[in-house]
Design a protein around this ligand. Structure first.
Ligand code: ZN
Length: 428
């Protein structure tokens, strides 16, 4: 068990206050801080302070996969840590994006290797061979767009916006209110030549303003969706992602609520702070709302156009009632959170595999609840975590207890997913 230092990622959409305040650093920060990565992704691994100085978690695992990941986990995931844990702070919307399935990722990775696109090139889509299922748990109010909305609802939204240049598209979707209709509409919009896009956007945004003014009657039913389109247009003028936003579910999460994103799910996070756990991958296909590389044909190849209501879930309470588990039903990760009050200890089962514990509120001490399976490999028997700090738990570590050092404290614990996990997500 060792203190794990995260890799701070600075993107333009990040917050200058949220992560700095969570981690107790001076706020506002010099640059927007978007994500704090706790994992072993080659692009930006977290690190520990070893006897010989700084060692990346990636090197630690590569040098000793069986000891760090365990004999059960190491062969199952090609001696790689299968998950990546992020603290995410969005001040501005993130790009409109989707992630590939495992088969699409393997195929795309090979294709770009054959085409000799360097791994660090900004036009490279596939940075690795993994799928990237994502679980997002809100730490505060969190706003997102995710998954295609029921087309009947979208037709009603477009009618409410009442822009003449939308008429053709309303007819298109109304005549084919299913995945094929959504594919046709999205493909048309995302590939419109810029002059035609500018005319359509102008008209649609005028309609959005009229809708909110109430001049056409109702101004309530789609207020959130319409306001989001206007905000996105303010941040990304002349971007087809603004139109695409009208097709997606507009989701507001309260703290503790989560959504799960499978391969092919089109999404854009809009605002707020969250815990994000995903397979250890950086494969992102972008469709707009970003200055980064956009590859529309490749995005269209991986998108799942099947309408989905995007179920918002809470965690399922743990047996002792001191936390909850998010049922994600993926191989790569499982996520639980634990809460304790001053001087109280709550056990965390290490499960014979690796884990990362991140403190999100208060201060805690993690301590061994037993003897390590291999004392030669194990680290410290006590690690103190302030808010925003994390610990690496290797497979050689024993079970652990969390003890709050403040009136109350909360930690998140990510482990490898169980192939045998059963249970239904707790729908909100
Ligand atoms: Zn994503």
């Amino acid at each position: 068990m060792r203190l794990l230092h995260g890799a701070l990622r600075s993107y333009a959409w990040g917050s200058r206050t949220a992560l700095a305040e969570l981690c107790g650093r001076p706020s506002p920060s010099a640059h927007p801080e978007a994500e704090l990565w706790f994992g072993a992704h080659p692009a930006d691994p977290a690190w520990i302070e070893g006897a010989e100085g700084k060692i990346s978690l990636l090197d630690l695992i590569t040098d000793d996969p069986d000891g760090q990941l365990g004999a059960r986990v190491a062969p199952r995931f090609g001696k790689r840590l299968p998950f990546l844990f992020k603290l995410l702070a969005a001040e501005e919307p993130l790009s409109l994006q989707a992630h590939p399935s495992a088969a699409q990722a393997r195929d795309g990775f090979e294709r770009e290797n054959r085409a000799r696109v360097p791994l660090d090139s900004h036009v490279r889509n596939y940075k690795d061979e993994s799928a990237k299922p994502e679980l997002v748990v809100a730490l505060g109010p969190f706003e997102a767009l995710a998954g295609f909305r029921d087309p009947h609802e979208t037709v009603a939204l477009m009618r409410a916006i009442d822009a003449r240049s939308l008429d053709t598209y309303v007819h298109l979707l109304d005549g084919q209110p299913d995945a094929s209709g959504l594919r046709a509409l999205f493909t048309t919009w995302i590939t419109l030549p810029p002059p035609a896009l500018a005319i359509l956007l102008d008209d649609v945004l005028d309609g959005c303003v009229r809708y909110l003014s109430g001049s056409a009657g109702d101004s309530v039913r789609f207020a959130r969706e319409v306001r989001t389109a206007l905000e996105l247009a303010g941040a990304y003028p002349n971007d087809a992602g603004v139109l695409a936003s009208l097709l997606l579910n507009r989701i507001s999460l309260q703290p503790g609520e989560s959504i799960h994103l499978d391969a092919g799910n089109l999404h854009a996070y809009l605002h707020g702070m969250a815990v994000e756990v995903m397979a250890n991958s950086d494969n992102v296909l972008r469709g707009g709302l970003t200055p980064k590389h956009v590859d529309v044909p490749e995005l269209l190849r991986v998108l799942d156009f099947e309408p989905t209501p995007m179920t918002v879930c809470r965690s399922t309470p743990t047996a002792d009632g001191r936390g909850g588990r998010f049922v994600a039903n993926v191989d790569e990760f499982a996520l639980t959170w634990r809460e304790c009050v001053a001087d109280e200890s709550v056990p965390i089962a290490a499960d014979g595999g690796p884990g990362i514990v991140v403190c999100t509120s208060g201060t805690v001490e993690l301590q061994w609840a037993g003897e390590p399976t291999d004392p030669a490999r194990a680290g410290a028997s006590v690690v103190r975590l302030e808010r925003g700090a994390a610990a690496w738990i290797s497979a050689s570590d024993p079970d652990i207890e969390v003890r709050a050092q403040t009136a109350a404290a909360q930690v998140f614990h990510v482990t490898v997913g169980s192939l045998h996990e059963t249970g239904k997500p707790a729908e909100v």
